[in-house]
Design a protein around this ligand. Structure first.
Ligand code: ATP
Ligand code: MG
Length: 486
């Protein structure tokens, strides 16, 4: 292939194989493409079947504990924040704002994919709305004043007022209201997005648990009648329950206050945790559960069954659902024509999930004091392979580590990009194991003594369960083949 100078039109370089330089470059960067015979060209099909191996020595995950402290971060602090900064998952910028570093982005993108799957299952359609919202929009709903100091306000060059959206009821309702001749046949309509939200929190704290800039999934539903709106509300609550189940988080759905969002019915999804800022009550005898804010009278007896006792727990609010009725649709005139062709004002619901808060809350409740544990599905990487220390008795097994990675690439396409190789072979296996344990890879594979036996044996540590297994290559492939990776 010839490279032509666009100005002169003359050939400036002749490249025999356009792919090779890229592969060569990779060898010197974060990932290495492992394949048979490095002198061969990589065809597109081949590159799909090889496993990009991520080298721990090149991964950008700078530990930044020294930057923690009340001076930069407001109120301090909690286990998840400490662990996340220690592991180089996040880096503080200004109070309530963080850099999300590469491993964290991998985890959040996975979480977003799980959310997308669950929203798709209930008919959700993803869109993306502007974060910059005009004051007029917020004045129409009267929330420009009601939101007070939490609303981050700014002016453009024409001195017009705007806010950075903390939520999007106004924006989505005006969007839907602009559609010409919408029909009841389109309903229920469920629109959602996963975007950054901005709230000038009085006390940003606990790392990603209470930020001023954070990711939220917010969904808005439009229905033709109150009855179908309640059904939609139910189906979203069920989707939330499925989502938390898949993540292995034991959330409790509790009755909640509607706050400044307004509406008639509301539930929070609370993850029980000592540092949780909410308190909720659960009845020991019936299904009653509620945020303490909603139980004004005697908090010892259950208001539903009258016999059960209420147990109070602290929780982190990871999700919130609201049945809004016509509160916003009436103001913005979001109507649909019914079967008789008459316009009816839509019945609405809105449903939030704190994406960054869920990731941090999971780390908060699953981790030990020093070691991160993830919901398997959203761990940044699924597998870490530890080859032996250079110059050690087991050094001969290093080729087996490479071979293993190649086989993983060829036989388990579901794990592509999920395997890291801790190539810091100047360090002992013990030291690297400790690091792997701190980062919480669900599976750590040690290529050590056992790998030198006639039938090589690999030590596999399942960090989620704490189990250690000694497996042949086939056994290991069988185990890793069952890992759910998204
Ligand atoms: P809180 O009571 O914790 O301030 P909220 O009730 O004001 O939260 P909602 O308006 O219900 O929050 O927002 C939907 C979801 O967004 C919440 O359930 C939570 O998971 C997440 N969330 C809200 N505020 C923050 C924040 N400051 N940082 C991170 N996530 C947040
Ligand atoms: Mg809430």
């Amino acid at each position: 292939m010839a490279v032509i100078d666009p100005r002169s039109g003359s050939v400036i370089e002749t490249v025999m194989n356009p792919i090779r330089p890229r592969v060569f470059q990779c060898l010197h960067r974060t990932s290495v493409l492992l394949r048979r015979g490095s002198s061969q060209d990589v065809t597109a099909a081949e590159s799909r079947s090889v496993q990009p191996v991520l080298l721990v020595s090149r991964l950008y995950q700078p530990s930044n504990l020294r930057d923690m402290g009340p001076d930069t971060q407001g109120e301090m602090t909690c286990k998840s924040q400490r662990l996340m900064q220690q592991a180089g998952l996040i880096h503080p910028s200004n109070p309530g704002c963080y850099y999300y570093l590469p491993a964290m982005v991998r985890s959040m993108e996975k979480l977003m994919r799980v959310i997308d799957q669950e929203m798709l299952m209930i008919g959700g359609q993803k869109l993306d709305m502007p974060s910059l919202c005009s004051a007029e929009l917020w004045k129409t709903s009267q929330r420009w004043d009601l939101m007070g100091k939490e609303l981050l306000r700014l002016k453009d060059r024409h001195q017009r007022d705007y806010c950075l959206a903390p939520t999007h009821e106004e924006a989505v309702t005006t969007l839907v209201a602009h559609q010409t001749s919408p029909s009841y046949r389109q309903l229920p309509l469920l629109l959602y997005q996963i975007t950054r939200k901005f709230r000038d929190e009085l006390k940003p704290k606990f790392g990603l648990l209470r930020g001023r800039e954070f990711y939220m999934k917010d969904m808005y539903s439009f229905d033709a009648s109150e009855e179908s709106a309640y059904q939609t509300y139910e189906s979203v609550c069920e989707a939330y329950a499925r989502l938390f189940n898949r993540l292995g988080l034991r959330c409790v759905q509790v009755q909640a206050d509607t706050g400044n969002i307004g509406g008639k019915l509301s539930h929070e999804f609370q993850l029980p945790a000592e540092i949780g800022e909410d308190r909720f009550l659960v009845c020991g005898s019936c299904s009653f559960s509620a945020n303490v804010e909603t139980v004004l009278s005697d908090r010892s007896g259950c208001p539903q069954c009258k016999t059960g006792t209420l147990v109070e727990s602290k929780g982190i609010e990871v999700g919130h659902t609201f049945y809004l009725g016509k509160k916003y649709s009436r103001v913005f005139n979001a109507t649909f024509s019914n079967a008789q062709g008459k316009p009816v004002v839509a019945e609405m619901g809105c449903y939030g999930l704190g994406v960054t808060r869920i990731a941090a809350a999971a780390i908060e409740v699953m981790s030990t004091k020093e070691e991160i544990r993830w919901p398997g599905l959203i761990a940044p990487y699924q597998v870490c392979v530890l080859p032996p220390k250079k110059g050690s008795k087991q050094d001969k097994a290093a080729v087996l580590a490479e071979e293993l990675l190649r086989t993983l690439g060829e036989t388990l396409p579901g794990l592509r990009g999920e395997v890291v190789l801790d190539d810091r072979t100047q360090m002992t296996i013990g030291k690297r194991l400790k690091d792997a344990s701190k980062l919480g890879y669900p599976y750590v594979v040690v290529v050590g003594n056992g790998a030198l036996e006639e039938i090589p044996i690999f030590e596999v540590i399942c960090q989620q369960t704490g189990e250690t297994m000694f497996l042949s290559k086939d056994g290991l492939l069988d185990l890793l083949g069952r890992v759910e990776s998204i």
